[in-house]
Design a protein around this ligand. Structure first.
Ligand SMILES: Nc1ncnc2c1ncn2[C@@H]1O[C@H](COP(=O)(O)OP(=O)(O)OP(=O)(O)O)[C@@H](O)[C@H]1O
Length: 281
């Protein structure tokens, strides 16, 4: 457990939030996408960002990492304003889907080890601790036995686990995951949920964009729901209703799976999970 936590696992009183957004606004081509988002994510929290397509979830993640500039407002990472933040080794970002490695013959182990490049000194070789971290990351996502296989031979769900292992290999304490469950079959979703539970249990901060809670329901401590770039719910995870909420329903994300050439397999937005969100009055 990291030094920013007390012995009983709670964040130390002087530990700043992992993320802070203060009245954050962002726009693409003059169109507002984040419309005054204020949010603190305490260190060690596992938080989901939910909301309909186009509500600004990914933009919020990208803004928190400085990839999308704000038009006004402020972002702080671990108490430091974004423009002065240098400790990027603390941050593990898991993008939506694997792109690098899909076309090149990289092995699973190579892709996972690439997550350590940023923390290594220039021209230095991996240390024993680095190699052990890669082994641990592979074990956490249950892919130790696939380490030597080409990534392109893996299913989309397994590739998603590789991406999480790549973020883990850099030994960050703060994770941002953009729809890790999207287009992932039930078995891989469970493996991902185990890996995310492991991160939570070791005291990491985990912020995830999700379309539904699914197997992560037990893991998520807090849900923020966006609509039109504004927070409409911030608190306990809302309950899912509708077709997708039924036990055994295998949710499919409405975005087409890049590994599935058949567009008929994309789910229509009307089948999306509906969330019962208490309104803020
Ligand atoms: N790079 C971009 N340039 C222009 N518009 C963009 C860009 N990225 C996103 N948008 C638009 O901004 C809005 C919010 O997009 P964003 O991806 O943040 O939403 P989201 O809630 O993550 O959606 P989804 O659930 O579909 O991934 C959408 O209308 C989207 O079309």
């Amino acid at each position: 457990m990291s030094a920013q936590f007390t012995e009983d696992g709670a964040p130390s009183p002087d530990t700043p939030p992992a993320f802070q957004a203060v009245d954050a606004h962002a726009a693409y081509d003059g169109v507002t996408v984040l419309d005054g988002v204020s949010l603190d994510v305490p260190a060690g929290q596992t938080m989901a960002v939910l909301g309909p397509n186009g509500s600004g979830k990914s933009t919020l993640m990208r803004a928190m990492l400085g990839v999308v500039p704000l038009t006004s407002g402020r972002i702080l990472l671990h108490g430091t304003p974004l423009r002065r933040f240098r400790d990027w080794r603390r941050i593990g970002y898991v993008p939506q889907r694997l792109t690098a490695g899909g076309a090149v013959p990289a092995t699973v182990r190579e892709i996972v080890a690439s997550g350590q490049v940023a923390r290594r000194r220039r021209l230095s070789l991996p240390t024993r601790a680095d190699r052990a971290a890669v082994d641990d990351a592979l074990a956490t996502v249950d892919l130790s036995d696939r380490a030597g296989d080409a990534v392109r031979e893996l299913s989309g769900g397994q590739q998603q686990r590789v991406l999480i292992a790549r973020a883990l290999a850099g030994r960050p304490d703060t994770f941002v995951m953009d729809e890790p469950m999207a287009g992932v079959d039930a078995e891989n979703q469970r493996a991902l949920a185990r890996a995310i539970t492991h991160l939570r249990d070791q005291g990491s901060t985990v912020v995830l964009v999700l379309h539904e809670l699914g197997p992560l329901e037990e893991v998520i401590e807090r849900a923020v729901v966006l609509e039109h770039g504004r927070i409409v719910h911030d608190g306990p995870p809302p309950e899912a209703t509708g077709e997708c909420a039924r036990p055994g329903h295998e949710h499919q994300h409405p975005h087409p799976d890049p590994n599935d050439p058949d567009p008929a397999h994309a789910t229509a937005p009307s089948e999306m999970v509906r969330l019962e969100v208490p309104r803020r009055d």
